[in-house]
Ligand binder design. Structure first.
Ligand code: RUB
Length: 310
């Protein structure tokens, strides 16, 4: 696939979900580097920076994307020869994809331990990491059922119920606004994440924070499955995660909105759930309380406040 095709598919959400977006971008940079018809280091670096920029513009919220791009571009930026730069892209892209897949498997193992017989789990959107925990617990023979939300406007819930149904997990499909109605019978909420901030807030699909509020009210544990490359280094300086607002036509057909000149359709794709409403974050390195997010950014990702111009 060409770099432009990859960027288009991420933008229009044919390729979606923070983990998949990150792996796709790492692979796209590798393929792009191999397609370049130059052996001049400076030209190669310039072309790779432009390619990275194109990918970075596709979706603004998933921090996995800049994290993956930076991992792949690090060796390009510091290389002293074209060969070194090309080898570095190949290796770092390969390593990133492998470690990302391994992280999801590890999160599944750890997350499954938090699921017990008799649980009623609610999940929102379509998170590979969250679903992997549920499917792993089912594979281990645990007996539970799932409530999956529809996820307006793009209906990612359809992907979730297909994955769960294919795995043989007993699943209830509900509209987003029914989450609080059913929360009384839910014993565990598991969602994924597009970004985790230094203060332990989780950015995930719009509606996640309402579900967290309802879970808090019902004293239902709320856990997040997030690979460490979803943690956002720049938030240690207080920088906020940009929330993507998508086209209004995803919510209301243009032919209808054109007849309603006084109506503005708003379509934020994500929201922020504060750490106060989150019990645990499951990473591939283990389970942490949200308040420990800064430690992951500092010790696992290796970022310090002094790395930023503040
Ligand atoms: C997807 C979404 C998912 C996270 C985590 O939003 O909010 O919960 O990306 O997914 P969108 P994963 O459909 O707009 O991309 O665990 O697969 O990385």
């Amino acid at each position: 696939m060409s770099l432009a095709d990859t960027a288009r598919k991420i933008k229009n959400m044919e390729i979606r979900g923070a983990g998949r977006i990150a792996r796709t971008c790492a692979t796209a940079l590798k393929e792009y580097s191999e397609s370049l018809k130059t052996s001049d280091l400076k030209t190669f670096q310039k072309e790779m920076e432009s390619a990275a920029d194109i990918l970075l513009q596709t979706r603004p919220t998933a921090v996995s994307l800049p994290n993956a791009v930076n991992i792949v571009m690090k060796g390009v930026r510091s290389a002293e020869s074209y060969e070194e730069a090309l080898n570095s892209v190949r290796k770092s892209a390969y390593d990133f994809v492998e470690s990302s897949n391994a992280a999801v498997r590890r999160i599944a193992e750890i997350g499954a331990r938090h699921i017990r017989d008799g649980d009623v789990i609610l999940t929102h959107c379509n998170s590979q990491a969250a679903i992997a925990c549920i499917i792993e617990a089912h594979r281990q023979g645990k007996d539970f059922e799932v409530f999956a939300t529809e996820v307006r406007p793009r209906k990612q819930g359809l992907l979730t119920i297909k994955a769960l149904s294919d795995a043989g997990v007993k699943t209830n499909f509900i509209v987003d606004s029914a989450a609080r109605f059913f929360m009384k019978q839910v014993t565990l909420v598991i969602v994924g994440s597009d970004a985790v901030t230094a203060n332990g807030a989780v950015v995930n699909k719009i509606g996640t924070s309402q579900i967290a509020l309802a879970a808090h009210e019902a004293r239902t544990p709320f856990i997040v499955a997030a690979e460490t490359y979803k943690f956002a280094p720049r938030t240690i300086t207080g920088e906020l995660i940009r929330i993507e607002e998508r086209d209004s036509s995803e919510v209301l057909d243009k032919s209808v909105s054109l007849t309603l000149p006084n109506v503005t359709v708003r379509n934020p794709a994500f929201d922020v759930t504060p750490a106060d409403y989150i019990d645990l974050i499951i990473t591939e390195q283990g389970v942490i309380p949200p308040e420990m997010a800064y430690i992951i950014i500092k010790e696992s990702l290796g970022w310090e406040i002094s790395d930023f111009d503040v």
